[in-house]
Design a protein around this ligand. Structure first.
Ligand code: SF4
Length: 721
């Protein structure tokens, strides 16, 4: 009799937004015989990423899941494109997906199928998808939205240091004496880490901050020195700084001689990059370039923090390398407070890299093109020799192009929204319209990609599933379930595993042991860690029991070790074949799309403080609009006046590929000739799909990451009727 019994629980987990990876404590209420709901959140005071702090996005996480409206709660499918989808049960949905994928593989071969997954997935989810594509179907066509985010950083680390992953840790934020931010508005994109930096500078006013960014961001406004370079000129700036370091004797010749290769060739190149030449090319004062080089070169501990401004570029690998060169030339690496620290954007971009969840990688940082690596994975997965394809898969941009041309027939999109986030989204829409079969696995109904789904698979989301993520400092944290997912939604790993088991029954050759017998995420993690043993990211010493007992752990952490490694390369031995870090010749190259008479403005894109990606979650929280209530195009006041444009007016932003309409904001944040728009606003809020209507798909030749940060545009008053 009486009121139903309400039980309260507190669950330790991890924030699902950015790569800081803050620990959270989730409060939930469970009504006996009724629903459960998340009612509160606190930062976990024990978590070594945030020590209890959360940013605005993290603090508002409960509100993103408070309202079940808009959640996908049942599988849905349609038989014909022009029919509406109808709800079906899981057995029908899973059998249908397995039949269609197996049929396409039998008819057209494994490379007619592709997967496009996400840095929002947990490591266990990523692992099963990767094994399904590469191990079972035999295609390397599995790429991820991390391609849009991190792949230039991966290429930079591998080429320079021999292995992926930062050599640094969060403690270095407190120990650095010079902090160089390059292409990172960290105050917005990694706020909790930024607070750690602020605290460190308050404790030690001698700490210097240098910000390299074409925009006067909030991070730049707090810097001791801001170099507002012309967009895309980062390599010239770093080469000019290196020239000064060499000329002034601020390099560490012993470190270069003992621990690096290729310096002579790079030195030859940077002879041409005099500080004067570099400063002119970058559009900054000579004195500022020299000051930056002096602070960096004379610092007892120089740390660089970099992100999309370097990565999202057709020359992103060179930008990463040129910055890493400053560290190698001065020996500022492998010791407390020093090193090149790439900040990951998404919560589990690192975990995806660990399991090889990209078209160009195999599990545990192995290479698709390496026969030995393929043989190792074949053996560990119990596959016959030469089963794994040696052909590199299609990375994000060519993947959707291949779908558009009909070369790829079917795509499975999980936990990401390419109709918002890919460059030149008009072509992505065409690709999905042309595709024979589109599977979308999602938690929310409001993404721009959902309407293209032939099959919708409802996924559990934050607070509803179990697994692990790896944050920017290589630290693996547990993600835990606080409440059950709504309706029939299921964890992503479960969905991939169930389809894989059904495909296995249809396609696997006799004699191959079943590969998808996973019953829980810990079993997936155990298999994943067994593949890492002896590799640079060895996590043989980390399992769920240790994470339960001792909390989040950093890799490498081999079996038998007492703890994970906070910093890498402290002994001066790098992960290259020779053990030496490698300088590369990095000439400056201009942006992929220069301005012209028809498209005279440089469009920059970036992030807002309180929004995340395409706003499928943050867009559900009214309070998160207080900081930036509306979409807008920011333009310098004189540039607007010259065009007869006024603040608040609707303007048309036009590139060679498409256009969108935005209200005009006047701002001195951008220099003359440059405009800025946030990347978040999508079809939920605009009559168009957002800023990627106009962005361009040129990619870096080595990392295959597109130049999402820069496009040539013109801006006109929007006339209607
Ligand atoms: Fe979440 Fe990142 Fe904010 Fe931490 S800093 S609470 S991980 S969004």
């Amino acid at each position: 009799t009486g009121a139903p019994v309400v039980r309260r629980t507190r669950t330790s987990s991890t924030c699902c937004y950015c790569g800081v990876g803050c620990g959270v404590l989730i409060d939930a209420e469970h009504v006996d015989g009724g629903p459960s709901r998340i009612v509160g959140i606190e930062g976990d005071p024990e978590h070594p990423a945030n020590f209890g702090r959360l940013c605005t996005k993290g603090r508002n996480l409960p509100q993103t899941s408070a309202d079940p409206a808009g959640r996908l709660t049942h599988p849905e499918l349609r038989r014909l494109r022009n029919e509406p989808r109808h709800p079906v049960d899981w057995a029908v949905a899973l059998d249908t997906v397995a039949d269609r994928l197996a049929g396409i593989v039998q008819q057209h071969g494994p490379d007619a199928v592709a997967f496009y997954v996400s840095g929002q997935l947990l490591t266990e989810d990523y692992y099963v998808f990767n094994k399904l594509a590469k191990g079972l179907l035999g295609t390397n066509n599995i790429d991820t939205n991390s391609r849009l985010c991190m792949s230039s950083a991966v290429a930079g680390y591998k080429l320079a240091l021999g292995a992926d992953g930062p050599p640094t840790c969060y403690e270095d934020l407190e120990l650095a004496r010079t902090v160089l931010f390059a292409g990172s508005n960290m105050a917005y994109a990694h706020p909790v880490l930024f607070r750690r930096l602020e605290d460190a500078r308050e404790r030690d006013p001698e700490v210097r901050w240098i910000v390299i960014d074409p925009r006067r961001t909030d991070t730049a406004a707090m810097a001791d020195l801001h170099l507002a370079i012309q967009p895309g000129t980062d390599v010239a700036l770093f080469n000019g700084m290196l020239h000064h370091l060499i000329w002034e004797g601020l390099i560490d010749s012993a470190f270069i001689a003992n621990h690096t290769e290729g310096f002579a060739e790079l030195k030859q190149l940077v002879r041409d990059y005099t500080p004067r030449m570099a400063a002119d090319l970058c559009g900054v004062a000579l004195a500022d370039l020299i000051q930056a080089a002096e602070w960096f070169g004379r610092s007892p501990a120089a740390l660089s923090l970099y992100c999309m401004g370097l990565n999202q570029s057709a020359h992103g690998t060179d930008k990463n390398l040129a910055l890493i060169h400053l560290h190698l030339a001065t020996g500022q690496i492998g010791r407390p407070g020093a090193g090149p620290f790439s900040l990951t954007g998404q919560p589990n971009a690192m975990g995806g890299r660990e399991v090889g969840g990209m078209a160009t990688m195999l599990a545990a940082h192995r290479e698709i093109g390496n026969e030995q690596h393929r043989a190792e994975v074949e053996q560990l997965w119990g596959l016959p020799a030469h089963t794994l394809s040696a052909k590199p898969g299609l990375s994000a941009v060519p993947l959707f192009e291949a779908l558009r041309s009909g070369q790829v027939k079917a795509v499975w999109i999980a936990c990401t929204n390419p109709v918002h986030s890919m460059p030149d989204i008009g072509r992505v829409r065409e690709a999905l319209q042309h595709a024979e079969y589109v599977i979308v696995q999602e938690a929310f109904r409001n993404t721009d990609t959902v309407p293209y789904a032939d099959v919708l698979l409802p996924a559990a989301t934050w607070g509803e599933k179990e697994g692990t993520v790896t944050n920017s400092e290589r630290r693996i944290s547990r993600v835990r379930q606080a409440v059950a997912p709504p309706g029939q939604a299921q964890p992503d790993w479960w969905i991939a595993n169930e389809v894989a088991r059904r495909i296995e029954a249809r396609l696997a050759p006799p004699g191959v042991a079943p590969m998808f017998e996973f019953k829980e995420p810990s079993a997936i993690f155990d298999e994943h860690r067994s593949l890492t043993v002896g590799r640079d990211l060895d996590i043989g010493g980390i399992d769920y029991a240790r994470l339960e007992a001792e909390g989040p752990q950093q890799w490498p952490f081999a079996a038998g070790a007492a703890a994970g490694q906070a910093r890498r390369y402290g002994d001066g031995v790098f992960a290259t074949a020779s053990g030496k870090a490698r300088f590369h010749v990095t000439p400056y190259r201009p942006v992929a799309e220069p301005t012209s008479a028809r498209f005279p403005l440089r469009l920059l894109t970036g992030r807002l403080r309180d929004q995340w990606h395409g706003m499928s979650r943050t867009g559900r929280v009214p309070g998160l609009f207080a900081h930036s209530p509306e979409p807008g195009l920011r333009m310098q006041p004189e540039d607007a006046a010259r065009r007869g444009l006024a603040a608040g007016e609707l303007v048309r932003v036009i590139s060679k590929r498409g256009e969108l309409v935005l209200p005009l904001e006047l701002s001195d944040e951008v220099n003359s000739g440059t405009v800025f728009a946030a990347m978040h606003w999508s079809g939920q809020f605009l009559s168009s799909g957002g800023i990627n209507e106009v962005s361009q798909p040129a990619v870096d030749a080595r990392s295959l990451q597109p130049e999402l940060k820069h496009a040539a545009v013109r801006v006109e008053k929007a006339e209607f009727g």
